[in-house]
Every structure is written in C-alpha cells, then in structure tokens.
Design a protein. Structure first.
Length: 302
C-alpha cells in the first residue's frame, strides 16, 4: 500500500542535448509522449520530385503535362516498332524468293551488290529511328499489337504485289536473254541481264518498303520532316535510275550491272513505278479499312 502512494521518479533527456534532469510525474504518460515524439522523428519527409509507389516516373513540374509527354513518346516508339516489323517481314519474304527460288534458276548476286544492299538497309533502319513525336497528342491511338488485321493484311498484300512484279521482271528478262534449262548452280557470279534486273528491282523494293510503311502523322513527324531518311531515299532512287538508264559507267562497273537494252529499260522502269504505286495504295486501303477500334471508340466519346 505504501508503494501505491509513492511517486515515481523518471529521467527525461533534455531535447537541447543537455545532461537531462529528474522530474516527477506519471511514468506511463511520459513514456507515451516520448514514443510519439520518436515516431515523428522517424517519419520520412516527402520531398519535391520523390516518386510514390503508385508512380513509375517522377516530375518536378506541378502540372500533369509530363503524362502527355510520356504518352507521345510511347506511341512514337510503338509505331516505330510496328513499322520495323513490317519492313523486316516484307524484306525477308522478297529475299527468300530471290535467294531460293530464283537461285535455282541461276540468279545470283555479286559481292558488291550484296554489300550495297546490306549497307543501304542498315542505313535506312538507322535513320528511321530518328523520327520524333509530334508536339500535340492525337486522339487517335495506334494498334497495341502487331497481330492485327491492318498490319497482317498490309504485309500480305504488299508482299503479293512485290513478288508478282518481280516474277514478271524475271520472265521478261528471260525472254530477252534466254538461259540454259539447267543452269550451273556452282558457277561463279557473272553479270548478265537477269542478274542485273533482279538486283535493281530488289533494291527498288527495299526503298519502297521503307517509304510506304513509314507511319508519320498523327503519331510522329512525316517523311518530309525526317530529312536524313528523305535524303537517303532520294539518293537511292537516283542511283537506281542511273543504273537503269546507264548514265554512269563507273557505277555500273562498281555494282556489276550490265547496261539494259532500250526495250527492257521501259519494262523495268514501269514495273518499278507500278510496284511503288500499288504498294502505297494497298497499305493506305488497309489503314482505312482496319482502324484501331479503341481509337474509334475514344474519338466517338469525345
């Protein structure tokens, strides 16, 4: 009973860093107060720019404009990835036909020709990645997956156009310069009309796939605004035109291409122009017929 009436003595540490002093009071109440102070000292202070667990990125601006920037960059990256898949698919189909079926007919590419095509493709893939998003966010949305009716239909249609016209060029070249029924597949490369025609037309197909399948607005800047790619396509077309008309003997010799006869020159030029036109027309028709459904719904709600 005597203990119950005794006062408890506690030792409180001075907040200023002193030695502390002994005070009398209720021990339980003081311990609870010190626990609250300790909890406040241990609490983490959130500073400007710190990310929360619900945010994947941080921004030091007070507005939500940064979200629009992220969405624009993401859409540009997604569309660039899709168009690269389309270009790779088309180039692979055309090269598979040229390097397998046509090889059995004696069609080959020289070392200089393969090197030129490889450098051209690598350079175009480099400059196509330089495309920048637009400053304004569009209400239209890109396709979320590469497996959609537009992309698949566009690839199948363009590949059909390319292969059909390539087969036509091969048939016309074979008619003008007949070959043996059983060509020697182990023979060294020798420049002739058929080999030269296939090389020029396949090079035109590569330029066509990059130009036609460049997406542009409303997700990224148009081809006319991507100057490096525009200039590279222009230089490539000028070189192909010089090969077809035979205006540069040095270029013909460097790329191992024979001069084309006048009657075949017209056939080759018309086939190249028709290929560009039909591929562009088919891709735009697929884009019109198979838009993104989520984009249509969002535009309808707005």
């Amino acid at each position: 009973a005597q203990r119950g009436h005794e006062r408890e003595h506690v030792f409180v540490v001075d907040a200023g860093g002193g030695e502390g002093e002994e005070k009398e009071g209720g021990g339980v109440a003081l311990r609870e107060a010190m626990a609250e102070v300790q909890a406040e000292q241990n609490a983490r202070v959130v500073k400007l720019g710190d990310a929360s667990i619900a945010s994947p990125f941080t921004s030091k601006f007070s507005s939500v404009l940064c979200v629009c920037h992220v969405v624009r960059q993401g859409r540009c990256t997604l569309v660039t990835t899709h168009q690269m898949f389309k270009i790779l698919a088309l180039n692979s189909l055309v090269n598979a036909y040229a390097l397998s079926i046509l090889y059995l007919e004696g069609v080959k590419f020289g070392d200089a020709q393969m090197t030129a095509q490889g450098l051209l493709t690598a350079a175009l893939f480099l400059v196509i990645s330089l495309a920048k998003p637009l400053e304004r966010l569009s209400a239209e949305r890109p396709h979320a997956s590469i497996f959609n009716p537009y992309l698949v239909g566009s690839v199948v249609g363009q590949a059909s156009v390319h292969l059909a016209l390539l087969a036509y060029v091969v048939a016309e070249a074979t008619t003008l310069a007949p070959r043996d029924a059983k060509p020697d597949l182990e023979a060294e490369f020798e420049a002739d009309l058929l080999n030269s025609a296939v090389f020029v037309f396949c090079s035109s197909l590569q330029l066509c796939t990059f130009a036609v399948n460049y997406r542009g607005r409303p997700f990224m800047k148009n081809l006319s605004e991507n100057k490096p790619m525009l200039y590279m396509l222009g230089v490539g077309l000028l070189c192909l035109l010089a090969l077809v008309v035979g205006s540069s003997d040095d270029l013909l010799e460097m790329l191992e291409v024979v001069p084309f006869p006048p009657e075949f020159r017209d056939v080759l030029l018309k086939s190249m122009l028709l290929d560009w036109f039909l591929a562009f027309l088919w891709d735009r028709a697929c884009r019109f017929c198979f838009p993104n459904r989520a984009s249509k719904a969002a535009m309808g709600d707005s």
